[in-house]
Design a protein around this ligand. Sequence first.
Ligand SMILES: O=P(O)(O)OC[C@H]1O[C@H](O)[C@H](O)[C@@H](O)[C@@H]1O
Length: 564
Amino acid sequence: MVNEAYERWLNHPNLDPSYKEVLEHMTEKEKNDAFYTTIEFGTAGMRGLLGPGTNRINLHTIRKANEGFAAYIEAQGEEAKQRGVAIGYDNRHMSPEFAMDSARVLAKHGIRSYVFESLRPTPELSFAVRYFHCFGGIMVTASHNPKEYNGYKLYDEKGCQLVPALAQQVIDRVNAVKDELAITADVSAEEEKLITVIGKEVDEEYYKNVLSIQLNPDVDKDLIKIIFTPEHGTANIPVKEVYTRAGYHFVAVEEQCTPDPDFSNTPTPNPEEPGSYELALEYAKREDADIILVCDPDADRMGVGVKHEGEYKLLTGNQSGSVLIEYILSQLSEKGQMPPHPVMFNTVVTSDLGEKIANKYGVECEKTLTGFKFIGEKVAKYEVSGEKNYVFGYEESYGSLIKPFVRDKDAPQACLMLAEAACYYKAQGKTLVDVLYALYEELGYYEESQTSLKLEGQEGAMRIKQILSDLRASDVTEIAGEAVVRFEDYKECIIKEKDAVRELTGFTKSDVLKYYLADGSWIAIRPSGTEPKCKFYYCVKGTSLADAHEKTLAYQKAMAEMTK
Ligand SMILES: O=P(O)(O)OC[C@H]1O[C@H](O)[C@H](O)[C@@H](O)[C@@H]1O
């Protein structure tokens, strides 16, 4: 099957010429990884290595996806085609080309599109879908992945990434395309007219909305200095613009402000990884800055560094999320602006601390599976029913959404709110780390961490599946000497507790296992849906931070042993 697909590509008259040479020089292993399957929709759309092959991101697999998306829109009728699709893209290799090609494939089906004139953040694409009342959206990006990757995210009419039930309707139509190389993007002059280039007008509206989230716009902004880096990506213009308009003092990491598909001046563009803070830390020390803010290339994630007792401490996504919850909810309460039936959202692998903070302010916390689309889905549900009111949504993976005029994670919003919180607390003589430590004192000492096994290619994907199924098959009763008091399996949809088994409801089936331990900690395991990794999440509760840390190390070691 691999050879058949490979030969079909190699000899196809429509093969993009730049791919021919790469195909000819592939080793057997490379050939296998590129053709053993077709690239799938994961946590956040289709994401994969750039290059030729059915299991790669390239002009032909993107065209195939667009052909399926177009068929899906056509099936909704003429109005959907007229409302059209908003299209955005980031700084990655081929992103602008894939975006324009997508517009052309849609135009061949008579579908209107609005394409950004240059790179823009993912949240602004979500915003544009809503602004133009489009039927859907496409964002060409691989978010935080390394430079060798690209991807394709699909949005619904609310500006939310397609949830599995809708994505499946597109996938079925994508799978019905037999020859992806036969699809072309040659449009007639008439079809070309269906494509509108957009820019400034949407920017303005988006900035206005972002600035509207401020809870204390009059906070003394002279109190803090911010170091900001867009990691060569799309946050560069919007975050600078928003800070300038709001009056914050910031210094941008110049070397990382140029849009660059190779991310030349950063070891990694992912704020989950310490390398992304390296240059910003040098700036911070030189400028004696209070906070460091790092956005990923498509500006849906934000990483935070805080100067505390003379040192810069990097916050995890759980920690920055906790500080934001505390600030936002305390301010809403104090100002009497808390809506009735307030609700906050996070995921089954996000720390318990967030929920505790929310509950303290009378806010309910609802959990979803990993993927902000599931949070966006809930926002839409409650918007219609009016049953609950959104106050915040975040994930441990460094993404949050403050106001739902966007339906995906929004780093420009997060950067503005984080800066405001830092000023507010500095006026009280506190750093954001002080705020976090006070939360631990009040609600319990938590250490959240993540480890992962990088397992690439077909073999890696099989190994990851095997790790999960082996764990599922073995009855784990203790981890590092601590008893397992509850076990949740999101694929088999069961909860095992006190020797009883009951159904786990409310979630789409997903390959996630979660072990709750007697000391109040939990450990979860799942395959990443955006990277070739098996992820282990630890939320460890201790009697002190030192105790939580010691236990974390023990649990990590035990899990490593169990999955060797
Ligand atoms: O753990 P993964 O499947 O790789 O997903 C990690 C994260 O990836 C993207 O940023 C998604 O938008 C997030 O919703 C998700 O939490």
